[in-house]
Design a protein. Structure first.
Ligand SMILES: Nc1ncnc2c1ncn2[C@@H]1O[C@H](COP(=O)(O)OP(=O)(O)OP(=O)(O)O)[C@@H](O)[C@H]1O
Ligand SMILES: [Mg+2]
Length: 362
């Protein structure tokens, strides 16, 4: 997606602004793509809402300034990923045509599907890949497309905050596409082995929502989210134990195995896994003959004790950690292991954003 075009071909810092904090990644594009720098900073709770709105501009500007003050990044050009309710996605069908014609036609198609004025939106799309030959005699062939629409004023509010921190928003992407990009970069061989109709599912266990992306051999096919998430654990702990939300978060992280906290975490694990299963079942019941091959997971809340083992019970031999370092060159002598562990769990979306370069037409 290229909502904004960049002028020069150079590296960008991938900036994942999430509910719990901001992650930034810079890559080097030599013979092998390498990790140059990764850093992360927390945000005060509720400064970015799970719906994707920046509620406390000052807090985000200040965090961004701090993140870049360490001088670990060589550029202030950033690639950011939008998420939340202001980003509308819809799988649609279009008549088969060239990519260039599709870029013009998509605005006409979008009018039928989006509830706001297309002129006030930026529209983009990913070709899902499989051209469907309709069986009706005389009908034209069509191509499945994932349509993405974002209101321009939402993009503007996001870019304003980034510019106030002295950064240049050069590419505006959609977080779920960045996640798919990261996956494709690291798992291209596995993706190539997907049989027709098979789909992998990426689950990003975030603080404000759990994002599900269904990916086929060629592209992200469908994205959705469930509201059960990392902060949901903290909320439930706070309610059941009569503590503040902040204390719920502390207890979740510091004493997850304690007799008071552990049963609450297990209850929430069951709820979160059932929500994933429900959404996955709905997707496959509506997507014809597609089937699930594997589930790859990432995001901070995936570290919750018992969560991944429960997911693996529901989907035996199908659950695997998404390793963002799999295909990335890392100078291990210069890198600190704690930083790499942190990146492995939290850096996947920022990596996908950093992989984007201008003129990258995906
Ligand atoms: N060891 C851990 N055990 C349980 N939860 C954890 C652990 N470490 C981090 N988390 C949770 O992970 C979440 C943060 O993960 P992440 O950084 O992926 O979210 P985010 O990107 O900020 O959120 P979102 O994607 O919803 O915008 C928080 O809810 C945090 O409490
Ligand atoms: Mg996130």
């Amino acid at each position: 997606m290229d909502f904004l075009n960049s002028i020069f071909q150079k590296t960008l810092v991938g900036l994942d602004i999430g509910v719990s904090g901001i992650k930034a990644v810079e890559l080097g594009f030599g013979k092998k793509t390498s990790l140059i720098s990764y850093n992360r900073i927390s945000l005060p709770w509720d400064s970015v809402t799970p719906e994707g709105t920046i509620k406390d501009d000052a807090a985000v500007v200040s965090a961004l300034k701090k993140l870049f003050s360490a001088k670990s990044f060589s550029t202030r050009d950033v690639s950011v990923g939008l998420f939340g309710n202001s980003v509308l996605t819809k799988p649609i069908s279009m008549p088969t045509m060239s990519r260039k014609d599709m870029e013009e036609q998509i605005y006409w198609e979008a009018e039928q599907y989006i509830p706001f004025n297309v002129e006030e939106c930026s529209i983009d799309f990913a070709v899902v890949g499989n051209t469907v030959q309709k069986v009706v005699a005389g009908a034209e062939s069509s191509v499945e497309v994932l349509l993405v629409a974002v209101k321009n004023d939402y993009i503007q509010s996001f870019t304003n905050v980034i510019e106030r921190a002295g950064l240049r928003p050069t590419i505006i992407d959609y977080q779920a596409f960045a996640l798919g990009n990261s996956f494709e970069f690291n798992y291209s061989r596995e993706l190539a082995e997907l049989n027709p109709g098979e789909t992998d599912l990426i689950v990003d266990f975030g603080a404000g929502s759990t994002k599900l992306s269904f990916v086929s051999k060629e592209n992200t096919v469908f994205t959705t989210k469930v509201s059960a998430c990392g902060s949901g654990y903290s909320q439930l702990i706070s309610e059941r134990l009569g503590e503040s939300f902040e204390q719920g978060e502390v207890l979740k992280l510091a004493e997850p195995e304690s007799p008071l906290v552990s049963p609450i975490i297990q209850d929430y694990n069951a709820y979160l896994v059932s929500e994933i299963q429900k959404n996955t079942d709905v997707y496959f019941s509506q997507s014809g003959d597609r089937s699930l091959r594997k589930i790859f997971y990432c995001g901070g809340a995936s570290k919750t004790p018992g969560l991944i083992s429960l997911l693996s019970e529901r989907y035996p031999e199908q659950v695997e950690n998404l390793d963002p370092l799999k295909n990335l060159f890392v100078n291990r002598t210069k890198s600190n292991q704690r930083m790499l562990d942190d990146f492995s769990c939290l850096g996947t979306v920022a990596l996908g954003l950093a992989l984007r370069k201008s003129g990258d037409g995906k």
